[in-house]
Design a protein around this ligand. Structure first.
Ligand SMILES: [Zn+2]
Length: 126
């Protein structure tokens, strides 16, 4: 299951950010291209976080739309999928966002929020 591997990646980032404190909530930015099924991701999260300080924490998923930029005509915008540029038909498009999973926030017991901990779980580094 794709989501299991992703959850393990998210957990590693969250645990590092928590430094042993209890984790209440983790917010992840989920790129559309990762094709994550939210229910599977929640289930996977419960599984991998068991026996850790993140057990019972809430995984909050924010879907990130696919953002493309065309290298031929410079058009930039959202797209449903990896497609040809709707303006000039070029296949030379660059993915600007929506291709990765990132940990945006880790909320600890007591309400402290750690923003953008080391961050990219999967997808292209840039
Ligand atoms: Zn174009």
């Amino acid at each position: 299951m794709h989501e299991l591997g992703l959850s393990e990646g998210v957990l590693a980032v969250a645990l590092q950010a928590a430094r042993g404190q209890r984790v209440e909530r983790v917010r992840v930015r989920v790129g559309r291209l990762q094709r994550v099924a939210p229910e599977s991701m929640e289930m996977a999260w419960r599984l991998v976080s068991e026996q850790t300080v993140a057990a019972g924490s809430h995984l909050e998923m924010v879907e990130v739309p696919l953002q493309l930029r065309c290298r031929s005509c410079g058009r930039e915008g959202q797209a449903e999928d990896l497609v040809l540029c709707p303006d000039c038909g070029s296949s030379d498009v660059e993915v600007r966002d929506g291709d990765r999973i990132e940990v945006a926030e880790v909320e600890l017991a007591g309400g402290e929020v750690r923003r953008n901990p080391s961050s990219t779980v999967t997808g292209k580094e840039r």
